[in-house]
Design a binder for this molecule. Structure first.
Ligand SMILES: [Fe+2]
Length: 434
């Protein structure tokens, strides 16, 4: 079944690429950052983090390790959760003025994505939208290499340590868009699950939904063989579609969510569960970093575009704020219900990996089976009940859909390509599930 999905197509790609940073995993590995930076020839590093982590133990470990290895370091701690172009410009100015030869990021996706974007604009200055894809940006390729980057995640969801993308909110549009380039791939990922020991339950939940959707999206993405064959290998898009590599990592990540998400949320002392979720997040990052996400991530940007008067308990962020993973998962049951007919076997298999009881379900039941399993999982882990749970409703569907159709490549990476009216209908179906 898996092989059939990658059947050759006329004019379709017949090769795929896997890009990965050097990857280190395990409790305590954050303390290796100094030796690793020095080993790469770094003499002066910029460390990017957010204000909530800046005075905490993980940044202290990284700073001690860098100093012990003889690497001079200066800290930029003004990373905002959900970084915007103003954050990126401030971070780029810090980098430009500091005579750095390397970058270390310690934090969640926001810190890693800010570090990536800051390097672009520090080394290759340009108006902010130049490197974003049309229609909002000029689609200019990032001209050349950035600084050496060691990414150290402290949450178990984003996978940014393993990807060549950075997600930034463009204030002019009040919406998130993606910077993508092979130059954005960190050189090393240092993934220390002990950094999640202090993560509050709701952050484990929302980042867990993110990792789950990364895995579901790469497993159900349009097959790489159904994207056009690339004549210039250096111009292969990062969103190259599902492929045997992303399948491998996505399947395991889904099984980890099934086994460990509820446990990891319930008990911060359950190291087995938290370690597994960190491993699953990295696996999902390795997977979607080489396949691309699709409609659930694209549609999450409609939620964060139109959210209002909403905050999430435990996040020290002013309203309006919906954590990324929540903005993705609230639409997921409705989206997969719609997409399943584009790749029914894949959706059924994905539901099975997520722990759905398949019984005598056939591919025709795939959408319903996967949606039902997602709803079950959301209920069991305290997720908001659809869009209504984050303060949005059917009256917002048209505006959100109009915002989302700009995410062209992501929409085209789905197994069934939704038009404006279909995206609006999916939002209407996502208002509440139980
Ligand atoms: Fe994500």
């Amino acid at each position: 079944m898996g092989c059939q999905y990658f059947e050759p197509c006329d004019h379709g790609a017949d090769t795929f690429t896997v890009a990965m940073p050097k990857f280190t995993f395990g409790r305590g590995c954050l303390a290796e950052v100094g030796a690793r930076a020095a080993g790469r020839g770094m003499r002066r590093a910029a460390l990017f983090t957010d204000p909530y982590l800046a005075d905490g133990p993980y940044v202290a470990t990284a700073l001690d390790s860098l100093k012990a290895a003889g690497v001079d370091v200066a800290v930029f701690s003004d990373v905002r959760i959900e970084p915007d172009d103003a954050t990126v410009e401030a971070a780029a100015a810090f980098l430009r003025d500091g005579d750095f030869d390397g970058v270390v990021s310690v934090g969640g996706g926001s810190s890693m994505d800010t570090a990536k974007a800051a390097m672009i604009y520090a080394l290759h200055p340009a108006p902010i939208t130049d490197y974003f894809a049309p229609p909002v940006g000029a689609g200019r390729p990032i001209p050349g290499p950035l600084l050496a980057h060691i990414a150290c995640p402290t949450t178990s969801g984003t996978g940014s340590e393993c990807t060549s993308v950075s997600v930034i909110r463009l204030n002019e549009h009040n919406c998130k868009f993606i910077l993508g380039s092979p130059h954005l791939l960190p050189d090393e990922a240092l993934v220390d699950p002990a950094c999640t020991d202090t993560l509050p339950a709701n952050a484990v939940a929302s980042t867990g939904y993110d990792l789950m959707c990364h895995a579901l999206e790469c497993y159900t993405a349009r097959a790489y063989t159904r994207w056009d064959r690339i004549e210039d290998p250096l111009k292969r898009p990062l969103l190259q579609g599902a492929n045997p590599w992303s399948d491998l990592a996505a399947r395991e990540a889904l099984a980890i969510v099934d086994r460990y998400l509820a446990r990891g949320i319930r008990d911060a002392g359950d190291h087995e569960a938290r370690d597994q979720l960190m491993w699953g997040a990295s696996l999902a990052g390795m997977a979607f970093g080489n396949s691309g996400t699709h409609l659930p991530h694209a549609m999450s940007y409609g939620v964060t575009h139109y959210m209002r008067d909403i905050t999430t308990e435990g996040y020290p962020v002013a309203a309006p704020f919906v954590p990324h993973g929540i903005s993705v998962v609230v639409n997921a049951p409705a989206i997969f219900g719609f997409l399943a007919e584009g790749a029914p076997e894949r959706h059924l298999e994905a539901a099975g990996h997520l722990g759905a009881a398949l019984g005598d379900a056939t591919p025709a039941d795939a959408g319903a089976v996967l949606s039902e399993r997602l709803v079950q999982l959301m209920k069991a882990t305290g997720a908001p009940n659809g869009l209504a749970g984050v303060g949005l409703g059917a009256a917002d569907a048209a505006a959100m859909a109009a915002s989302v159709v700009r995410q062209r490549r992501a929409i085209a990476n789905a197994p069934r390509v939704a038009d404006l009216g279909q995206i609006e209908s999916i939002y209407s179906a996502a208002v509440s599930y139980w």
